[in-house]
Design a protein around this ligand. Structure first.
Ligand SMILES: [Zn+2]
Length: 80
């Protein structure tokens, strides 16, 4: 979607004005309030899911490390 005033590409449709020329954007160019809200909720959900996944990964890594210690790993003894 381009700005009807300066024809430049709009990087965001959440704002009432063009970020380049400051021209007021027509209603149909902008996202509706509920669409903006939905988009934000979606972003938040993705962020949360990513945080949970990261936490899980770290916990698994920690568990793996602990398991290795419990296995009583000892350095190989060479046939000297
Ligand atoms: Zn513009």
């Amino acid at each position: 979607m381009n700005c009807p005033h300066c024809q430049r590409l709009l990087y965001s449709r959440q704002h009432a004005r063009c970020g380049y020329c400051g021209g007021l954007l027509p209603e149909d160019v902008r996202l509706a309030d509920h669409e903006v809200a939905e988009m934000k909720a979606e972003i938040r959900e993705i962020d949360e899911r990513r945080a949970i996944a990261k936490e899980k990964e770290e916990r698994e890594r920690e568990e793996q490390r602990r398991r290795n210690q419990h296995a009583g790993w000892s350095p190989p003894i060479g046939p000297f």
